[in-house]
Ligand binder design. Sequence first.
Ligand code: ATR
Length: 273
Amino acid sequence: MPVKKFAVIGNPVQHSLSPALHNFVFQSLGIDAEYSIRKVQHTQLSSIIQELKTGKLEGINITIPHKEKIIPLLDNINARANAIGAVNVISRFGKNLTGNNTDWYGFSKALEENAITVQGREIILLGAGGASKAVIFALKQLGVCKIYLLNRSVEKAEMMSDEMISPYPLSMVDALIHSDSIIVNTTSVGMQTSKSPVDLGLLHKNQIIIDIIYNPLETPLINFGKKLGAKTMNGLDMFIWQGLASLDLWFGVDISKQVNFNLLKEHIETKLC
Ligand code: ATR
């Protein structure tokens, strides 16, 4: 039997830790498979689809900027991925390719594991891109009562507005934030920079501060929140849970329950330092 091949496709993608995650799982569970990085332009998406249909690739993860553009090339879209409007994992059943979304699950599971309850709460959500859509899906499932959706380009937030989501420009954050707010950052601000999407002076020890960025593990937002004594959560647990959920889809069994989560997390943390 040829070794099963998996990959993450994106651009830029070279800093992805998905290979570290998946290859650790394959090695620790003795699965004959390998996972690589593929830098892919928009024009190359159809050849990736061919590689999946012919079995050269068994499954893929999709990251920036292809999560939405890949959708028309697939045979089926799972209902949740369809509702979110983004696909981050593709599974193959013969020549039939199905798109799914495990980002929302990763976020929900990370909240649960970090004992963060959002039910009945109002959320200050920063960013209105693809990641924000998956987070919104999770927050709605978990029963939040209102989402203040703040984005630099307010028109993108306005397009996502509904009975639960109120759109605002990011510059209005100081008027909306409270000393006990739950703040979730889905913008890319803080990724490999020392910037914060909001003025750190708006942070308070009674807030819950969540950043879905995992590289670095401590963005300025998380770092300052921790110093104040606020409850914080970085993006690493979300990243790991979305990856494990992808494996469950590809192999049709609960790989996620067979893996030692803490050892896997330690392994990925060594790649981040
Ligand atoms: P992802 O799939 O990770 O969500 P994305 O769809 O490109 O990536 O979205 C990136 C998000 O980060 C957007 O909300 C973007 O704001 P704009 O819609 O105004 O571009 C936000 N973002 C990126 N750089 C930013 C910056 N310097 N300041 C504020 N927001 C920023």
